[in-house]
Design a binder for this molecule. Structure first.
Ligand SMILES: *Cc1c(COP(=O)(O)O)cnc(C)c1O
Length: 846
């Protein structure tokens, strides 16, 4: 972390560039067509002038006295100026055109750093570099100053960020709605090889990318009761008498398209107390009591739940969900649509995409608005509502399907619970007409589960209340239909569809891998950045020895860049020439980091036991990056064991420069951007049928890493596209997993019959990596040997065999590089632009 308090320049003398005068130096050019405000010209001179202007008049400091943080904030605000005209203009167009808007509802956005992306979108990278140089500033230090907004856990939040990037680049009207967490995903540190979580205070040094709009605050109600009454037309109506409320303050973020002038909006909500404090109580001297209500209210957007894949049945989490959804619906209906808009036509103007079940409470909320507030008949409101939502499911783990206790929902949102009951009752009557007498089926389709306690199945509510339901990769969508929601997919075959996930090539190739981008552009032009299928044109170059040499040189340069980063960031030293074998993703048992660990320990064991000579091994550097949910015990034990193995292997002279293991702490988007372009091998080794899609796998393939992976999630599609020869497949298929489960998985039988597995487990269990403390590794090892639902030992031998094939190909540099190039050339399908086109065609009708 840069020391911001000491970033001043040595000289206190006023420099000539120090104070910028507004006036004659800011020519008012009038050629620019784009709306009411003018950006500075895209020249170094104007950029410098705008920057100094921001520094002096925005930040209130002289260049000679400015800290790195001052400079970073001024630079960010300068780049913002270049986006502003597009933002305002996009807003005007959106209001005037009446085009249908995508309301992307997501509790998470894992955005990554903003400065580099904004410079990229505006094509100001070179100008900004030169301008900072003229001011005597190292722009790299300013980039490093930014703390990335970690408002998401992993893949799901990153997907939302990729999607809004693509929609802006495609000039599709989209408002991303979410929560402005004061603290994002925790910062991970290691102490004695164990994960320690530190709060992520990403706002503490200022947040130049957000625009608060307190005047557009929205009140959100909670609690209380409902009552029925007869309205003046004699109709029986319901109303909600809440007993507390909070305010939602919107913070707007720019979402720039790639060099197309479009800037969409991300609107994140922050909770504020309706009443800051109770003056009477305060004056009486009980200061804590005076602010209790404020603290309570503001807790709602205080912190992101660091859970990945498993729902936390926490009241605060339900408050968060309703809070942001209520604000967002209100914002769209009351503030975004024209006054007096005829809400019967709402589906022409909005489709709310539900990113997992987190925002599903929006369905009863829209019903409440239409029926209770706007006086619609139930049936008409229901018809409108179902057309306004579509639901994306992100999981196959049954334990990850969100369920809320009816008691809690009724206490927090009594009117919504009533609405859910009525939706359910009418839906089940409909099913009963189609399947008379089939009470088993009817019970299995009920939104309400009765055991172990009465609860609301949010995935069912989402399915019933949406026009479309999609999975996130072909295999996942198939399993979603067959296994997760089979009764629903039979009932509504047309409602179910697939959209395979994607990633934005802007951030994950163009920004993260400038060298590769230049090489690609040099050969096939720059159109690939917004039309990724054009990477196909690279295919012929796989057989061109000169190109292969250039491609390999890019990879090597990216490795060296990574090593510098890891050295500076974590003090990690890595050998220059080794295969870089990378597994980065959340720590979860289904992802099977422990299987990766078994491979490492097995290779190490082969060498120290003399079964293999160190000289005969392909030198490898293994890199892990992974956060564990703070309450996920087994995941944290796995982190401890990886760190322990790493420390032991790295200190063992017998494997020096042949095996190294690095586990830099705090894997995030910023680190991903450095790690992925440097990787040779991408580890995607989840148990088949457990990873819905994966997007890390796509980032690696597009950066020229080869994948070793199971037949799971989007790996299936990657392999089909890049070809079997360019992908290392291993492990059981999903049906084989099911069969083994049915027969009864017996991990010890693998342990007994496989010598290498036994030697590996014995070394791991024997205290070799934990200073003789056998108990320290026991939980992970015992789990693998006794109950592991993710069957690591069943895939162990297949995994080792596939790793041997990896070594064989890697020894043949030409063959490896050829495959790597083909991975890049054939992975254009995984652009999130393509995902967005699929959503537009199959789901949004926009
Ligand atoms: C892409 C990404 C993920 C998702 O990775 P998977 O391998 O698909 O689980 C998680 N975290 C970060 C920081 C990412 O960039």
């Amino acid at each position: 972390m840069t020391d911001t308090s000491r970033g001043e320049y040595a000289s206190d003398e006023l420099q000539t560039t120090d104070v910028h005068r507004i006036g004659p130096t800011m020519p008012m050019s009038s050629e620019r067509a784009s709306g009411p405000v003018e950006a500075p010209d895209k020249t170094v001179e104007e950029f410098v002038a705008a920057f100094l202007n921001e520094l002096n008049f925005g930040q209130g400091v002289l260049l000679s006295r400015s800290t790195i943080n001052d400079q970073y904030l001024a630079l960010a605000r300068t780049v913002r100026q270049y986006l502003m005209a597009g933002w305002l203009e996009t807003g005007v167009q959106r209001r005037e055109s009446g085009r249908k808007t995508i309301g992307y509802l997501s509790a998470e956005y894992l955005l990554g750093r903003q400065l580099s992306n904004a410079l990229l979108a505006t094509d100001l990278q070179d100008i900004a570099d030169e301008a900072m140089k003229q001011c005597g500033i190292d722009i790299a230090a300013l980039r490093a100053q930014e703390i990335e907004p970690g408002l998401g856990n992993g893949g799901l939040g990153r997907l939302a960020a990729c999607f809004v990037d693509s929609l802006a680049t495609m000039d599709v009207p989209c408002i991303g709605y979410g929560i402005r967490y004061e603290y994002g995903i925790f910062r991970q540190t290691f102490e004695d090889n164990r994960q320690v979580e530190v709060p992520d205070s990403w706002l503490s040094l200022g947040s130049p990318w957000e625009f608060p709009h307190p005047e557009r605050q929205v009140r959100v109600d909670f609690g209380g009761r409902t009552e029925t009454y007869t309205d003046d037309q004699g109709r029986e109506r319901s109303r909600w008498i809440p007993d507390w409320n909070v305010l939602g303050i919107p913070y707007h973020h720019m979402v720039p398209g790639f060099r197309n002038g479009t800037v969409n909006t991300l609107r994140l909500w922050s909770a504020k107390a309706t009443q800051a404090f109770d003056l009477q109580i305060f004056n009486s001297g009980d200061y804590a009591a005076a602010v209790r209500a404020q603290t309570f209210a503001e807790n709602i957007s205080k912190v992101l739940y660091p859970e990945d894949s498993t729902p936390q049945g926490k009241e605060l989490r339900l408050q968060q969900q309703y809070f942001f959804v209520a604000c967002s619906l209100h914002d769209f209906i009351q503030n975004t649509l024209p006054q007096d808009f005829d809400l019967r036509r709402l589906p022409e103007r909005i489709i709310f995409q539900l990113n997992d079940t987190h925002p599903v409470i929006a369905i009863p909320e829209l019903m409440r608005i239409l029926v209770d507030r706007k006086g619609f008949d139930w049936d008409e409101a229901w018809d409108i509502t179902r057309q306004c939502f579509a639901y994306t499911c992100h999981t196959l783990l049954p334990e990850a399907l969100e369920v809320w206790s009816a008691e809690l929902l009724g206490r927090l949102l009594p009117r919504h619970l009533e609405i859910i009951y009525r939706i359910n009752k009418e839906f089940l009557e409909e099913v009963r007409e189609t399947f008379p007498g089939d009470e088993m089926r009817i019970r299995s389709m009920s939104i309400i589960a009765e055991h172990p306690e009465r609860s609301v199945r949010m995935a069912y509510l989402a399915t019933i209340g949406s026009s479309k339901v999609n999975g996130v990769a072909e295999l996942h969508s198939q399993l979603l239909r067959d296994k997760v929601l089979p009764e629903f997919s039979q009932y509504w075959t047309e409602k179910f569809t697939n959209v395979t996930n994607g990633i934005t090539p802007r951030r994950f190739v163009f920004l993260a891998n400038r060298r590769l981008s230049d090489l690609i552009t040099d050969k096939i032009g720059s159109g690939w950045v917004t039309d990724l299928e054009r990477l196909r044109d690279l295919e012929p170059y796989a057989d061109d020895a000169d190109f292969r040499a250039e491609f390999a040189a890019v990879k090597q340069a990216n490795k060296e860049r990574l090593f510098k980063v890891l050295q500076a960031r974590d003090g990690i030293e890595l050998p220059e020439h080794a295969m870089l074998d990378v597994m980065v993703k959340r720590l979860h048992e289904y992802k099977r980091q422990s299987l990766k660990l078994l491979h490492i320990v097995s290779t190490y064991e082969s060498i120290i036991s003399g079964r293999m000579r160190a000289e005969d091994a392909v030198p490898r550097t293994f890199v892990f990056g992974a956060k564990a949910a703070p309450g996920y015990h087994m995941a944290k034990e796995t982190i401890f064991l990886i760190n322990s193995v790493a420390a032991t292997i790295n200190a063992d002279e017998r494997v020096k420069d042949v095996l190294s293991v690095a586990f830099p702490a705090n894997y995030n988007v910023t680190l991903a951007e450095k790690l992925i372009p440097a990787a040779d091998l991408s580890e995607q080794i989840s148990l088949a049928g457990k990873e819905a899609s994966g997007t890390g796998n796509m980032k690696f393939a597009l950066n020229g890493a080869l994948t070793i992976g199971t037949d799971d999630g989007a790996n299936v599609e990657i392999r089909q596209l890049v070809g079997d020869d360019n992908f290392f497949l291993f492990g059981m298929t999903e049906p084989e997993v099911e069969q083994l489960r049915a027969e009864g998985y017996q991990p010890t039988s693998y342990y007994r019959s496989n010598d290498r597995l036994r030697a590996t487990i014995d070394l791991l269990a024997g205290g070799h990596f934990t200073r003789g403390d056998r108990a320290a590794s026991a939980q992970v090892v015992d789990n693998l040997l006794t109950q592991d639902p993710f069957m690591a030992l069943a895939d162990f031998q297949g995994y080792l065999d596939a790793q041997d094939r990896v070594d064989a190909v890697y020894r043949d540099t030409d063959a490896w590089t050829r495959s790597a190039i083909l991975n890049v050339a054939r992975s254009g399908f995984f652009s999130s632009d393509r995902s967005m086109r699929d959503y537009l065609d199959r789901i949004w009708n926009a």
